[in-house]
Design a protein around this ligand. Structure first.
Ligand SMILES: [Zn+2]
Length: 53
């Protein structure tokens, strides 16, 4: 599972496909203040959660 911001959502999707060879599941975080962590890549507030399957 990858938390990512608006800017890095494409990257996160690519990473899931490359690592797990499955279609990633993209979920919008409705309340970003409650996200457990920031963007994996830049540390900004995470807006999306990308899961493998
Ligand atoms: Zn980011």
């Amino acid at each position: 599972m990858i938390y990512c911001c608006e800017d890095h959502v494409e990257l996160a999707l690519d990473v899931i496909v490359d690592d797990y060879f499955v279609a990633p599941k993209l979920e919008k975080i409705e309340d970003p203040g409650k996200a457990e962590s920031g963007c994996e890549y830049c540390g900004k507030l995470a807006v999306y959660m990308v899961a493998n399957g």
